[in-house]
Design a protein around this ligand. Sequence first.
Ligand code: ADQ
Length: 489
Amino acid sequence: WENPDVRPTRQRLLVVANRLPVSAVRKGEDSWLLEINAGGLVTALLGVKEFETRWIGWAGVNVPDEVGQKALTKALAEKRCIPVFLDEEIVHQYYNGYCNNILWPLFHYLGLPQEDRLATTRSFQSQFAAYKKANQMFADVVNKHYEEGDVVWCHDYHLMFLPKCLKEHNSKMKVGWFLHTPFPSSEIHKTLPSRSELLDAVIAADLVGFHTYDYARHFVSACTRILGIEATPEGVEDQGRLTRVAAFPIGIDSERFIRALGVPEVQKHVKELKERFAGRKVMLGVDRLDMIKGIPQKLLAFEQFLEENPNWRDKVVLLQIAVPTRTDVPEYQKLSSQVHEIVGRINGRFGTLTAVPIHHLDRSLDFQALCALYAVTDVALVTSLRDGMNLVSYEFVACQDSKKGVLILSEFAGAAQSLGAGAILVNPWNVTEVAAAIGQALNMPAEEREKRHRHNFEHVSSHTAQQWAEFFVSELNDTIIEAQQRIRK
Ligand code: ADQ
């Protein structure tokens, strides 16, 4: 394998996601700077050695001219990435509109947009049309680069139409689709005006995957109740054609985090943080600044805890790292002001001239700084109102081998299914319950912390991102073989 000339041919895996794993910055008419975006999906697939991976997606920039498109295509090819070029109008209607304003809140049980319903209904049609058009543009690029025998793995709610577009072009293509968010109860999905068209498009895939068994069950119920098709033990069946539906819980590259803790730079960070917060217990929140992450609810719970426990006021600090996302959407701007207001109030009420109870950072941290923070934390607070899985809870556990800190985890995060026995599970909407959980975590005896941590650590270190990806793709390959055998019979 060391010598590329004697490397056996590996199956090609075309990973199609809205965003490519790199960000492109234009440096001149025909020159581009590329930076890797190290998200969960990227690290999951970087570790997969079994397949020859190609990425297909949008580079996150508008490139209207042909010279720029050609140069970017060439630069991306070196990173095994293939761009889909979307213009500003499509991005506005498809990505900001249909994906982020309609599907994202709906799938997290926040409902369809409430304000100015009439205007929303009118724009709904054009946003859905743009969504289908964008999915077709992704399909055109996949079709152009597809070679017989390739596996095509479509990701997330941005690309629910893609399996249908691909199968209409080539019914033999091996197509899988995985959803990173929750799939809601069929009663919620039913409210979506395009409910049937979306389901019908997804079941064109051969294999449909979710993080948890519950999401898979909701999807199957939505198909039976809305499309009127049959549920089978393997998935759903429409006119004799089976679509397999199953749970594939994602994991992290836990070794990468554990290794990082041994790096001198990280150890230096750890030492600085320990000195900085000596004598105080450290609580940590790391989230994208998104309404689904329940940041205001978390802050209110911390406020109630300080109110009810004056003896803890100078002995605990909450570090909340909230990286801004979708900053051009008014609802996210409102959330940001709300969070700042609550933080200001709590620090005003309980701070002293020398110390404040909350440090709130509006930015992303680099990997090493993040690992150091996880390592010095006594209590991590993950209070998502809904979350497909939540990788922050996994990352915290991976970095806690010396501290054996406590994880307070929302029962509405997919991770509650896997880390529930080790974490303190809470209903994030119940501020009083979360405040009590903070007290329980801070006062937990070492022996109980150790036991809970051991449970979580065993899970995190034995369910890795790489296994997740390899399992999904091998199940997809098997699904096709079984389907072929059924046809022969
Ligand atoms: P996200 O909603 O982005 O992912 P999550 O799973 O927690 O949520 O992953 C966030 C990633 O971003 C983590 O790797 C974390 O370290 C990093 N991150 C977050 N805030 C950061 C900050 N301030 N600085 C640096 N890094 C930060 C979606 C779904 C999840 C699902 C994943 C994977 O919403 O439910 O778990 O996809 O399927």
